[in-house]
Ligand binder design. Structure first.
Ligand code: PMP
Length: 430
């Protein structure tokens, strides 16, 4: 098919809600490591890493070889039969997760991973009530949307009961109009009042992303999660860290984002970078929580030998290449270079994130913080013209999100900065 035929078929045969970036849709043909190519042969540096999914580079040789070998041997048996790749991955996860997170349930996406976590927490506690965060994104199923705190992604009308939303730690736009640290982390302490006023007081769970991804890499201050954890535990809740974007070394040094706050969660969920593009979701829990999910359950494709082989190869590659350290070091370099851009361009209101998960929030005026939504789109288009892909996020679509593969180096960072510098200049006064 040529490009026009592909685009026509997309329009005719796919749901129109399948949303894509760019005024002229970008049709990708192939990819390798940090690059993707469109059907016209143009090369792009992928600074979004797919959609925060390419942790070790597109079509990574090590992962690819493992997948090829496995897919020639055994692709499917379902969870009703036992297979070695699934248990080997589960054992590896038990070794690298913090605390006593020992039992895994595998699915095919982050949405399903979070569904499983909430189900397990409800079975364990006997409560139905869940606290999520405003500005969160947890998935596209009915429950996934019900626990997401961004209106744009909540389709389909009334949400089922059982979810209430706490204030997030959005320091750049503090929900209480306060400034850190004199605020005494009021957003975290408010959780007590939220539980007392909007729940029965006995909750099933708190679910939160260590760094809120879709919301534009909103990064809480160091005390935030320990205050939240204390309140959640006092009310009987299970602490669920949604590590769909922050897992597998993305934030630097640690395997999981929540470890940066010194917290050992009761459940971790993940997907995206876990499989480097292979569809796989993970719910890993403390044994007593996993054991509370009584009765029988299955996932036809969950834990399939090919996806679990891919995920194990991803973990092996991150270990062998020391990529958690690279995420910290190259991430610090990226952050410093973004701050140089901020000093030069008034459009950049805030720079935030950790490791190789960094964002720039764009505003028309640093005083009023009016979101620069149009400019953000224009910058993405201009970057695309120059062979650079970058992500977008934020409540007003005014945040540039950068999550390149964990194995990039300073040369790619410098190229990214040069291109974005030019694009920022061209977007002024739009
Ligand atoms: N949780 C978070 C934090 C996410 O970013 C996403 C996807 N953007 C999901 C859950 C849902 O994952 P999936 O799209 O694989 O269902």
């Amino acid at each position: 098919m040529n490009k026009d035929e592909i685009l026509l078929a997309q329009k005719e045969y796919l749901f129109p809600a399948v949303f894509h970036y760019f005024a002229e849709p970008l049709v990708i043909s192939h990819a390798k490591n940090q690059y993707v190519w469109d059907v016209d042969g143009k090369q792009y540096l992928d600074f979004f890493g797919g959609i925060v999914t390419i942790s070790v580079g597109h079509c990574n040789d090590h992962v690819d070889a493992a997948v090829r070998e496995q897919s020639a041997k055994l692709q499917h048996v379902s969870t009703v039969l036992v297979n070695e790749p699934q248990v080997r991955l589960a054992k590896k996860i038990a070794e690298i997760t913090p605390g006593n997170l020992r039992k895994s349930f595998f699915t095919n996406s982050g949405t399903e991973a979070n569904e499983t976590a909430i189900l397990a927490a409800r079975c364990y506690t006997g409560s139905n009530e869940v606290i999520a965060l405003r500005y969160s994104y947890h998935g596209r199923s009915a429950m996934g949307m019900a626990m997401s705190g961004i209106g744009t992604w909540r389709l389909g009308g009334t949400a089922p009961p059982g979810f209430v939303f706490a204030h997030n730690a959005y320091c750049y736009r503090c929900p209480f109009g306060l400034t850190y640290p004199s605020c005494d982390v009021r957003c975290a302490r408010d959780m007590e009042d939220l539980i007392k006023t909007t729940t029965s007081g006995r909750i099933a769970a708190f679910i939160g992303e260590p760094i809120q991804g879709v919301a534009g890499y909103i990064t809480p201050p160091p005390e935030y999660f320990s205050i939240v954890e204390g309140i959640v535990k006092r009310h009987g809740g299970v602490f669920i860290a949604d590590e769909v974007q922050t897992g597998w070394g993305r934030t630097g040094h640690k395997w999981f984002g929540i470890e940066q706050w010194g917290i050992t969660p009761d459940i971790i969920t993940s997907a995206k970078g876990f499989g480097n593009g292979a569809p796989i979701g993970l719910t890993v829990a403390r044994p007593e929580i996993a054991d509370a999910l009584q009765g029988v359950t299955l996932s036809t494709f969950g834990g399939n030998p090919v996806a679990t082989t891919a995920a194990r190869a991803v973990i092996e590659f991150i270990e062998a290449e020391n990529l958690r350290v690279n995420a910290a070091e190259t991430g610090a370099y990226l952050r410093a270079r973004m701050e140089e851009l901020q000093a030069k361009h008034l459009l950049i209101g805030d720079v935030r994130g950790m490791g190789l998960m960094q964002a720039m929030e764009l505003v028309r005026d640093r005083q009023t913080k009016e979101p620069a939504t149009r400019e953000t789109l224009a910058i993405m288009e201009a970057a695309r013209e120059r062979g650079l892909l970058v992500g977008k996020g934020g409540m007003a679509g005014n945040v540039l999100r950068c999550t390149p593969p964990l194995n990039i180096g300073r040369a790619e960072v410098d190229h990214f900065i040069d291109v974005i510098d030019e694009c920022l200049t061209s977007a002024v006064g739009l």
